[in-house]
Design a protein around this ligand. Structure first.
Ligand code: IVH
Length: 694
């Protein structure tokens, strides 16, 4: 016999909110629409309307409720946006205590649990278990009276919790009123509030950008969000609720199985965990445990184990409880993803692009299923944010395949001789100056190709198609040449010998000779290609062209001040700074001299004609939508180089709009104003036509 019946899931007929309807009718329609969208979005994960539309309906409802206060109601969706702050939470006594679970940490412990269950039930048959991911969040008890949510309480000590109804009403997957008609006078639903991983990441990302509190893990974030006295803050947090059991239920008609209770909860509007399953016997449980364990890091939410519950409710009844945990359930935990250990030191590693990353050397600790002795500290900002010192006790986290991270410092355990961490001012690999661009978190080595850490990437770049275009010198071969010690500096490329190349794996005399020929040929290049080949940070192909055009000689570029560089289209303060820093390094200048001494040469670059004479001088263009082959920046720079002005909005002064894919309002405006429009192909044709002239 079902616990409840008559729960309906038919969709709602939408009627326009025309003025002829009474305020009551309009309010009712809006509430139904909002509840329906809410259910689809938060429970079924299938949004039916865009967020802006939801917001629009919500504002209409709020306006009506403000105008007609008699229409306000505790289950109105307008309650979900939060209410005035409380001064404190009040205590709530749980009529049926909220229990905790016994744990198992290995297969044997789990098997012993199953054995105990069978002995108590005096049965030989395999037991049917309901398997549920153990969500890592906060336990909650929701009390519904005649279908209306009247109270939401935390677990507290299991006997007494706190009333957090206002906060919980803001959680989209918590029904404010149950679906269906034949509802019991009392139904307590228990489950977990948690923050999905994606929501946690974006919340923290925003917090870092705005210097707000960064949460250590999704569980803490969920707990912190629920503990707000101001529910308007909770409303902004990405929380979810999944039901996993019931507390007090009136009218006594429980179904026979736990899985059926959950099915009823789903019918009345609750979200259930998508991974629920019923299995038989120990092996069924262990298979489930392994399967989910392997997929743990891919799940949208954090779990710290699996909860196994005897599925038959009469078995649960017979097994009963010991102290504060049921005998009919157990939590088989996964290896912890966070552990405490000591920070023994910090090393600075130089990556392939020169980025210097601080790496924590840790006292080895078993976490997330492996022994961890290193963890990333990301960058200088992160070290400052954590306030971490060498000697500190830290919390290390390893979730899935993610690189282990230091997430927080246990300040109580800080020794008196803890040492501050200072970022090196010179590169630990090559000794070049390090630099940190304004507004950037990453410190980099300015050594470029002189730095062994960056050499391979630099050589690959130097030989690449848009740079010196050395035919046959691909990434793999560069790796081999550097690993074998045949190439250390760029100029070594031009001293390679036929025999040593021919002796390499998958090479022969013919391909070796081809490579030597290609290297020789590459010496005859252009100034833009040469500038690009140097691998100066953020100097791409287009900027290199602009620099060549503006300064005409490599010498002029080397000697240019930041101010002079800023006069070049496409060069902003950051790029100008990179260029000046690059040429300030004596080793970069030496390398450049050495390359020229190898015979790298290019035709002279003619000085630029005055802007007025450029083919697109005086023309105003707007780029909109997504360009597929060109980046927007490249397109802008190329157009500006032809004398055009590229602006952000369409007006009567616009001469041409380039509309890429999925162009929206700007395209519409252009059409409305009768302005000429072209697509990416048209833009490319235009550039090709005029670039020849320019
Ligand atoms: S059942 C009497 N099921 O784990 C049974 N608990 O240590 C009580 N939890 O405080 C809990 N997922 O917050 C149950 N599917 C699940 C769960 C679950 C997470 C949490 C819950 C409880 C703790 C027990």
């Amino acid at each position: 016999m079902p616990l409840l019946s008559g729960a309906s899931s038919e969709s709602i007929e939408y009627s326009e909110n025309t003025p002829e309807h009474t305020p009551e009718q309009r309010t009712e329609t809006l509430r139904q629409q909002l509840n329906d969208h809410n259910y689809r979005y938060y429970v079924e994960d299938a949004p039916s309307i865009p967020d802006v539309e939801y917001d629009r309906l919500m504002r209409q409802l709020q306006a009506l409720e403000a105008e007609y206060p008699e229409l306000q109601s505790p289950d109105s969706p307008s309650q979900r946006v939060g209410a005035a702050p409380l001064s404190a939470f009040t205590q709530v006594a749980h009529r049926i205590p909220m229990l905790s679970l016994d744990n198992a940490f290995d297969d044997d412990e789990f098997a012993r649990f199953n054995q105990r269950v069978k002995e108590r039930l005096n049965t030989d048959g395999d037991i049917e278990y309901a398997c549920e991911p153990k969500l890592d969040g906060i336990a909650l008890s929701l009390r519904y009276e005649s279908g209306l949510l009247v109270q939401a309480a935390t677990r507290g000590d299991g006997q007494t919790g706190e009333d957090i109804t206002q906060n919980v009403k803001t959680i989209g997957s918590v029904p404010l009123r149950l679906k269906g008609t034949n509802l019991p006078s009392v139904l307590e639903v228990r489950g977990e509030v948690y923050m999905p991983k994606a929501g946690f990441e974006s919340l923290n990302q925003t917090a870092k950008e705005t210097d707000d509190k960064v949460f250590v893990n999704p569980r803490n974030a969920a707990a912190g969000s629920l503990r707000q006295l101001d529910s308007r803050i909770t409303a902004k947090r990405p929380l979810e609720f999944c039901a996993y059991s019931v507390g007090e239920v009136s009218e006594g008609f429980l179904p026979e199985r736990h899985s059926e209770v959950l099915a009823v909860l789903s019918e009345v509007g609750f979200r259930l965990n998508p991974e629920l399953k019923v299995v038989t016997g120990v092996q069924g449980c262990l298979d489930y445990y392994r399967d989910l364990g392997e997929r743990r890091s891919q799940l949208a939410f954090e779990i710290d184990g699996i909860v196994f519950k005897t599925n038959r409710l009469d078995f649960q009844q017979r097994l009963g409880f010991v102290s504060r945990a049921p005998r009919w359930a157990i939590a088989y935990k996964f290896p912890a993803q966070e552990e405490m250990t000591q920070l023994n030191g910090v090393e600075f590693q130089v990556g392939r692009t020169g980025a210097i990353t601080p790496v924590a050397r840790l006292k080895p600790v078993y976490v997330g299923g492996v022994t961890v002795s290193n963890a990333t500290l990301h960058n200088a900002d992160e070290i400052a944010r954590l306030g971490v010192k060498v000697g500190d006790t830290v919390i290390v986290r390893r979730a899935g395949d993610v690189i282990p991270q230091v997430v927080s410092v246990v300040l109580d355990k800080r020794p008196s001789d803890a040492i501050d961490i200072t970022f090196p001012s010179t590169c630990p690999v090559c000794g070049s100056e390090t630099e940190r661009a304004e507004g950037e978190a990453i410190v980099r080595c300015s050594g470029g190709l002189v730095c062994a850490a960056q050499r391979k990437e630099g050589i690959k770049h130097f030989a690449s198609r848009k740079a010196l275009d050395v035919d046959g010198l691909g990434d793999k071969l560069v790796e081999i040449l550097v690993d074998k010690g045949l190439v250390n500096r760029l100029t070594d490329l031009f001293h390679l010998e036929l025999e040593s190349i021919a002796a390499l794996e998958r090479m022969g005399p013919k391909s070796a000779q081809n490579l030597l020929d290609a290297l020789e040929k590459s010496k005859s290049t252009t100034l833009p290609r040469f500038i690009y080949s140097l691998g100066i940070r953020e100097v791409g192909e287009v900027t290199a062209k602009q620099l060549a055009k503006h300064f005409c000689t490599i010498k002029a570029i080397i000697n240019a001040t930041e101010e002079a560089l800023l006069a070049v289209p496409d060069v902003g303060p950051i790029v100008a700074h990179h260029i000046v820093t690059f040429f300030r390094q004596p080793h970069n200048l030496e390398m450049l001299e050495a390359l020229l001494a190898e015979g790298i040469h290019w035709p002279d670059v003619e000085p630029q004609p005055p802007v007025e004479t450029l083919p697109l001088a005086g023309k105003v263009l707007v780029l909109t939508g997504t360009l597929i082959e060109l980046s927007r920046t490249d397109a802008k720079v190329a157009l500006e180089a032809l004398g055009a002005k590229v602006t952000g909005s369409v007006s009567k002064k616009t001469d041409l709009v380039v509309a890429g894919e999925a162009a929206g309002s700007k395209l519409a405006k252009a059409e409305q104003l009768g302005i000429e429009v072209t697509d990416e192909a048209g833009l490319k044709a235009l550039l090709a036509e005029y670039q020849d002239q320019a």
